[in-house]
Design a protein around this ligand. Structure first.
Ligand code: SF4
Length: 379
């Protein structure tokens, strides 16, 4: 690990974070410096989630803004590559509807089906959030890291997640055609150097979509993270949306997957890198439930670039439409009749759930014992 990494990477940053946790309510990143309003809202939200209340007094803990579904590289890991999508961009005026929640929520996450930094007014969303105590999290493919780097420090970004699907150019560039790993790694190194000297110290991690093409080399992602000087490496499973990519999923090789995960764990321990991995197929404590307990309808609000409010990235769970929303966030968005009805059904018996939830593939709630967590060809 280089000397920049020694000072800021590893568990040092994590030790300075508090985590507000609930049993089934899903933990968010452990931020320090939350206001009393944010802390009280999070506690109430966890209570409402654990009690399964459908009408909520709490605001969401996380606001996910999908700024666009447009993406620069074509990659085999993306659902977007397999769907015919018009290019949409989140409209700045929709923020007005969501604004009341920005004083209460812990985190604004910029992610979705596209690359958020491609939004022509990307800076506006950071600036807007800067007027509130909400923490800022960007998930990016890393192609525009250099361009957004000044804003990372100007608007005090708290968390940056870069999607990297291999530790070497051959693997990564094959999965993400059009991406240049060398450039992304170079820009990440610059960011780490800049962070060393800046008062703003965003936590940086990578997320790798795990598949047969990159499983063997995954432990080397940890070498790369240590070499760059970043804190965490995450892995999530590939979900196949086409016949061609179905053979890439890890559902049918749990033994090999576990073997590689164990190598990765040892390596992460030796570098003091945080490693986050999904359950091995067949060993998910969710047993044979169609999905793990879903807390997202309580904790999160997902606002799509098409103006549709959802609970998660699944396009089928529609809870409202931003362009038609009035001025009352709590009545018309948070407790819309669709949202209240959805909460009543999402963790109930499978026949009453939305079809998307019966076949949930979202990393946080999918039951990795079941094929539909890995294959969504018909979707
Ligand atoms: S699709 Fe999955 S993550 Fe999304 S709301 Fe349904 S159960 Fe929750």
């Amino acid at each position: 690990m280089n000397h920049f990494a020694d000072s800021v990477a590893g568990k040092g940053l994590l030790e300075n974070m508090e985590e507000i946790k609930g049993n089934d309510s899903g933990s968010l990143f452990g931020y320090t410096g939350l206001t009393q309003l944010q802390k009280e809202n999070s506690k109430l939200n966890i209570l409402e989630s654990e009690q399964g209340r459908t009408m909520l007094a709490s605001y969401p803990r996380r606001i996910v803004l999908e700024l666009t579904n447009a993406c620069n590289p074509g990659c085999i890991t993306s659902a977007r590559s397999h769907a015919e999508l018009n290019q949409d961009f989140f409209k700045k005026e929709w923020l007005k509807v969501l604004e009341p929640a920005f004083d209460y929520a812990e985190e604004m996450t910029l992610t979705g089906r596209g690359e958020p930094t491609l939004h022509p007014d990307f800076q506006h969303f950071l600036e807007f959030a800067g007027h509130f105590p909400i923490k800022k999290h960007i998930l990016t493919n890393g192609t525009r890291l250099r361009e957004i780097s000044p804003w990372i420090f100007e608007y005090k970004i708290d968390l940056i997640t870069v999607s990297l699907d291999g530790p070497d150019s051959a693997t990564n560039n094959r999965i993400h055609s059009g991406l240049d790993l060398k450039k992304i790694v170079g820009d990440l190194r610059e960011l780490v150097v800049r962070r060393y000297f800046a008062p703003v110290k965003p936590y940086i991690n990578t997320v790798t979509t795990l598949m047969k093409s990159n499983l063997d080399v995954f432990p080397r992602m940890i070498d790369l993270a240590a070499d760059i000087g970043i804190e965490e490496v995450k892995g999530v499973y590939l979900t196949a949306f086409s016949k061609e990519s179905e053979g890439e999923t890890l559902f049918d090789i749990p033994g090999k997957t576990e073997e590689i995960f164990n190598i990765a764990r040892e390596r992460a321990e030796s570098y003091n890198i945080v490693l986050s991995l999904p359950h091995i197929p067949g060993k998910d404590p969710a047993g044979d439930s169609v999905h793990r307990h879903c807390h997202l309808a309580w904790r999160d609000l997902f606002a799509g670039c098409d103006g549709i409010i959802r609970t998660c990235m699944s396009p089928k769970n529609t809870l409202g439409y931003l362009p038609f929303a009035g001025s009352s966030f709590m009545n018309e968005i948070r407790n819309s009749s669709e949202a209240v009805d959805f909460r009543a059904r999402v963790n109930g018996p499978a026949p009453g759930m939305n079809e998307a939830c019966r076949k949930c593939y979202q990393p946080s709630c999918a039951n990795k014992n079941l094929m539909h967590a890995f294959v969504q060809e018909s979707e």
